[in-house]
Design a protein around this ligand. Structure first.
Ligand SMILES: C=C(O[C@H]1C=CC=C(C(=O)O)[C@@H]1O)C(=O)O
Length: 457
């Protein structure tokens, strides 16, 4: 992808955008009807957005990537030729994400994933609340209203929503770990040692799996299954260069800016779900009362409030509660504020929170780099969308995986504090693979210990 070319022409380039209403369709219905997208986004309180092709793409490198994306996207969005009565929900949006580390290489499994990559789709379908809208965008010196209207007619003509249920999961034939249990024990012991010596307070360490599927990866099926099981999560899929897809169902909102209302929150500290309601309640009670879990959580909430200090006002912290998901429960503290900063400025201020990095941030990033033996790529980094006014939503890309043909690489991590036990953290990581593995396993038995947390690799 070469964004700069498009951006260099920004002075003379124009953005033409036209919208029509389509027959109502679910997000999966849209995916099945229009084929492999470049971007998919949906959130519990937002419509689904599906993007095909690129009216404009922006990429950026290094620590300055957040500001650079904003600047380049602002040029594209500056003065759209768009009818005044077009519905706000169907407005042009950039969708994409960032790498976790500044020095992301974009090689190996992450080939095709720059340090930052956002697309303003050529064809954008938005669906939710019983309405489906098609927007066609074109950007460049030669962007023409007639070409946009032609595409609008073409897509409308072939749009016959296919609402079939997901096919059975393809099944898993092999799973390989990036980190054995023995290596993990060593890594966690070394990290807790460094924490006790005062070098840092908390670090989030992660692992990955290499999963081989028995059949081809289907994005519509994956999104349908994640939607059924994780409706309260941020579900996304991104294919910046038409190759592998990075997808997931993250429970963690990094930030939403809507007008001057800002929403974020601390999500950290994890236990599993109980086999009975009593056991489940007991686990939740342990999560609430344990000083280890409270500490692990509170450093995240405190740091987020600090991170917001320069970019927001009226920061308010809600009540800490237990957030239950299919296989895990977390401590969650909602945080709201006021801000007129662009959502990318907020993303830059917040990434990485100590729910995925640690504290102090620089020491934690150093420990992550020195410890992890796989490439985080876009895992645990911001993914989401923004519009011309700087509104948008970003999630932290957790419970996520890279997928290409029959290969899938899920990622998962756990917050390590002074008294973390390597085996408990190992079990927690195995539970955090479940959202992705459940999409593919046909009988819950992939030959690994990812469900039970037991056994060695
Ligand atoms: C790093 C992950 O989860 C984070 C979010 C919630 C709870 C976490 C924990 O309890 O360690 C992690 O901080 C992951 O899912 O890969």
């Amino acid at each position: 992808m070469d964004s700069r070319e498009g951006i260099a022409r920004a002075d003379t380039a124009r953005l033409v955008s036209r919208t029509v209403r389509l027959p109502d369709a679910s997000l999966t219905g849209v995916l099945r009807t229009l084929g492999r997208p470049n971007a998919v986004w949906t959130a519990p309180d937002e419509p689904g957005v599906v993007g095909y092709g690129a009216a404009a793409q922006v990429t950026a490198d290094g620590a300055e990537r957040f500001g650079a994306v904003r600047e380049r996207a602002d040029d594209v969005l500056a003065s759209p030729d768009r009818p005044a009565d077009a519905p706000a929900v169907a407005r042009p949006r950039f969708l994409g994400g960032f790498a976790f580390h500044d020095g992301h290489a974009g090689t190996g499994p992450w080939d095709g994933f720059p340090t930052a990559a956002f697309v303003l789709p050529h064809v954008q379908v938005v669906t939710g609340a019983g309405e489906t809208w098609l927007t066609v965008n074109a950007h460049g010196e030669n962007a023409s209203e007639s070409a946009v209207e032609r595409t609008l007619r073409d897509v409308t003509e072939r749009f016959a929503p296919d609402e079939r249920a997901a096919a059975s999961p393809p099944g898993v034939v092999a799973t390989e770990r990036t980190t054995s249990r023995a290596e993990w024990r060593e890594q966690v012991r070394a990290a807790t040692g460094r924490i006790r010596s005062g070098e840092l307070e908390k670090v989030v360490l992660a692992q990955a799996l290499d999963v081989t599927l028995a059949g081809a990866f289907s994005l519509p099926d994956a999104m349908a299954r994640l939607g059924d099981t994780y409706p309260s999560c941020f579900r996304f899929a991104l294919r910046p260069t038409n190759g592998a897809a990075f997808f997931g169902a993250s429970p963690e909102r990094l930030v939403t800016r809507d007008g001057d209302a800002l929403r974020t929150g601390a999500l950290a500290a994890t236990v599993g779900r109980g086999g009975t309601p009593d056991e489940d309640q007991q686990l939740a009670a342990d999560l609430r009362s344990s000083s280890k879990y409270r500490h692990e959580h509170e450093v995240v909430a405190e740091r987020i409030r600090d991170q917001l200090a320069d970019v927001a006002t009226a920061v308010e912290t809600g009540e800490r509660r237990v957030r239950k998901l299919e296989t895990v429960q977390h401590l969650f503290t909602p945080i709201t504020a006021s801000s007129d900063a662009h959502v990318l400025t907020l993303v830059e201020a917040l990434h990485p929170t100590p729910a995925v990095g640690g504290l102090p941030p620089d020491a934690a990033l150093r420990v992550i780099r020195e410890t992890e033996t796989f490439d985080r790529g876009w895992y645990a980094a911001p993914v989401g969308w923004f519009d011309r006014s700087g509104d948008g939503t970003f999630a932290v890309a957790l419970r996520s995986a890279l997928a290409d043909e029959t290969r899938v690489r899920p990622f998962a991590g756990a917050g390590i504090v002074a008294d973390s036990d390597p085996d408990t953290e190992w079990d927690e990581v195995q539970l955090k693979y479940r959202p992705i593995l459940d999409v593919f396993e046909d009988d819950g038995d992939d030959g690994t210990d990812a469900r039970s947390g037991g056994g060695d690799a």
